[in-house]
Design a binder for this molecule. Sequence first.
Ligand SMILES: [Zn+2]
Length: 141
Amino acid sequence: MSIEATNLTACQHCRIRDALAHFSSAGELKTTTFISKPISLCEECAKKYLRSAPEQENILVSAQWRADEEHKSVTRQYQIIEDLGNNRIRVKLFKGAGDSISESELIIRKDLVPPNARLIGATFKLIGTPLEIDLIECSAN
Ligand SMILES: [Zn+2]
Protein backbone atom coordinates (compact mmCIF):
# COMPACT_ATOMS: atom_id res chain seq x y z
CA MET A 1 0.00 0.00 0.00
CA SER A 2 2.93 2.37 0.54
CA ILE A 3 4.70 4.20 -2.22
CA GLU A 4 8.44 4.57 -2.13
CA ALA A 5 9.64 8.14 -2.06
CA THR A 6 11.46 8.15 -5.35
CA ASN A 7 9.66 10.73 -7.46
CA LEU A 8 8.47 13.38 -5.06
CA THR A 9 6.18 15.98 -6.51
CA ALA A 10 5.06 19.25 -4.99
CA CYS A 11 1.93 19.38 -2.86
CA GLN A 12 -1.08 20.19 -5.06
CA HIS A 13 -2.41 22.63 -2.46
CA CYS A 14 0.49 24.72 -1.09
CA ARG A 15 2.88 23.82 -3.95
CA ILE A 16 5.80 24.29 -1.54
CA ARG A 17 6.35 21.09 0.37
CA ASP A 18 6.74 17.59 -1.06
CA ALA A 19 3.52 15.63 -1.57
CA LEU A 20 3.74 12.58 0.68
CA ALA A 21 0.07 11.62 1.01
CA HIS A 22 -2.16 10.50 -1.83
CA PHE A 23 -5.94 10.31 -1.55
CA SER A 24 -8.51 8.77 -3.81
CA SER A 25 -12.13 7.94 -3.23
CA ALA A 26 -14.27 5.00 -4.02
CA GLY A 27 -17.94 5.72 -4.55
CA GLU A 28 -19.89 8.91 -4.49
CA LEU A 29 -20.39 11.94 -2.33
CA LYS A 30 -23.67 11.71 -0.49
CA THR A 31 -25.32 14.37 -2.60
CA THR A 32 -23.58 14.44 -5.96
CA THR A 33 -21.71 12.10 -8.24
CA PHE A 34 -18.06 12.27 -7.35
CA ILE A 35 -15.45 11.66 -9.98
CA SER A 36 -12.54 10.13 -8.19
CA LYS A 37 -9.36 11.98 -8.96
CA PRO A 38 -6.32 11.24 -6.81
CA ILE A 39 -4.87 14.22 -5.02
CA SER A 40 -1.36 14.43 -3.64
CA LEU A 41 -0.66 16.61 -0.64
CA CYS A 42 2.09 17.35 1.85
CA GLU A 43 1.59 16.17 5.43
CA GLU A 44 0.28 19.51 6.69
CA CYS A 45 -2.21 20.01 3.87
CA ALA A 46 -3.26 16.35 4.06
CA LYS A 47 -4.29 16.77 7.71
CA LYS A 48 -6.30 19.89 6.86
CA TYR A 49 -7.91 18.08 3.93
CA LEU A 50 -9.08 15.20 6.10
CA ARG A 51 -10.57 17.55 8.68
CA SER A 52 -12.55 19.50 6.09
CA ALA A 53 -13.30 17.24 3.12
CA PRO A 54 -16.96 16.27 2.65
CA GLU A 55 -18.02 12.77 3.59
CA GLN A 56 -17.34 10.18 0.90
CA GLU A 57 -18.18 6.53 0.62
CA ASN A 58 -14.63 5.42 1.23
CA ILE A 59 -11.44 7.48 1.19
CA LEU A 60 -8.33 5.54 0.33
CA VAL A 61 -5.07 6.85 1.76
CA SER A 62 -1.58 6.01 0.63
CA ALA A 63 1.34 7.83 2.18
CA GLN A 64 5.05 7.66 1.60
CA TRP A 65 7.77 7.54 4.20
CA ARG A 66 8.73 10.89 5.63
CA ALA A 67 12.27 12.04 4.87
CA ASP A 68 14.83 10.25 7.06
CA GLU A 69 12.16 8.03 8.57
CA GLU A 70 13.01 4.44 9.35
CA HIS A 71 11.17 2.27 6.81
CA LYS A 72 9.25 0.29 9.37
CA SER A 73 5.52 -0.32 8.95
CA VAL A 74 3.14 0.43 11.77
CA THR A 75 0.38 -2.04 12.68
CA ARG A 76 -2.75 -0.95 14.48
CA GLN A 77 -5.91 -2.74 15.49
CA TYR A 78 -9.16 -0.90 16.10
CA GLN A 79 -12.63 -1.74 17.32
CA ILE A 80 -15.67 0.37 16.49
CA ILE A 81 -17.29 1.60 19.70
CA GLU A 82 -19.86 4.17 18.63
CA ASP A 83 -21.15 5.92 15.54
CA LEU A 84 -21.23 9.59 16.52
CA GLY A 85 -22.90 10.73 13.29
CA ASN A 86 -21.56 13.45 11.02
CA ASN A 87 -18.96 11.01 9.62
CA ARG A 88 -17.35 10.50 13.04
CA ILE A 89 -16.84 7.22 14.85
CA ARG A 90 -15.31 6.45 18.21
CA VAL A 91 -12.87 3.55 18.12
CA LYS A 92 -10.83 1.64 20.62
CA LEU A 93 -7.18 1.55 19.55
CA PHE A 94 -4.91 -1.38 20.39
CA LYS A 95 -1.19 -0.63 20.15
CA GLY A 96 1.58 -3.16 20.45
CA ALA A 97 1.35 -6.94 20.64
CA GLY A 98 1.37 -9.78 23.13
CA ASP A 99 1.80 -8.69 26.73
CA SER A 100 2.43 -5.06 25.84
CA ILE A 101 -0.90 -4.19 24.25
CA SER A 102 -2.19 -0.82 25.33
CA GLU A 103 -5.72 0.43 24.77
CA SER A 104 -6.96 3.92 24.20
CA GLU A 105 -9.86 5.58 22.42
CA LEU A 106 -10.01 8.09 19.65
CA ILE A 107 -12.42 9.60 17.14
CA ILE A 108 -11.77 9.20 13.44
CA ARG A 109 -13.53 9.82 10.13
CA LYS A 110 -15.96 7.05 9.32
CA ASP A 111 -15.26 7.14 5.58
CA LEU A 112 -11.65 6.10 6.24
CA VAL A 113 -12.82 2.84 7.80
CA PRO A 114 -13.18 -0.11 5.42
CA PRO A 115 -16.92 -0.32 4.55
CA ASN A 116 -17.17 -3.94 5.74
CA ALA A 117 -15.89 -2.99 9.22
CA ARG A 118 -18.25 -0.16 10.10
CA LEU A 119 -20.61 -2.01 12.42
CA ILE A 120 -20.46 -1.36 16.15
CA GLY A 121 -18.15 -3.94 17.68
CA ALA A 122 -16.36 -4.74 14.43
CA THR A 123 -12.57 -4.86 14.51
CA PHE A 124 -10.14 -4.06 11.76
CA LYS A 125 -6.40 -3.89 11.37
CA LEU A 126 -4.34 -1.38 9.43
CA ILE A 127 -0.72 -1.78 8.41
CA GLY A 128 0.95 1.23 6.88
CA THR A 129 3.63 3.86 6.98
CA PRO A 130 3.71 6.02 10.12
CA LEU A 131 2.21 8.88 8.12
CA GLU A 132 -0.70 6.75 6.88
CA ILE A 133 -1.54 5.77 10.45
CA ASP A 134 -1.10 9.35 11.72
CA LEU A 135 -3.44 10.71 9.04
CA ILE A 136 -6.15 8.25 9.98
CA GLU A 137 -5.75 8.77 13.72
CA CYS A 138 -5.90 12.56 13.55
CA SER A 139 -8.56 12.70 10.83
CA ALA A 140 -11.29 13.98 13.15
CA ASN A 141 -9.59 16.15 15.72
ZN1 LIG B 1 0.87 21.34 1.11
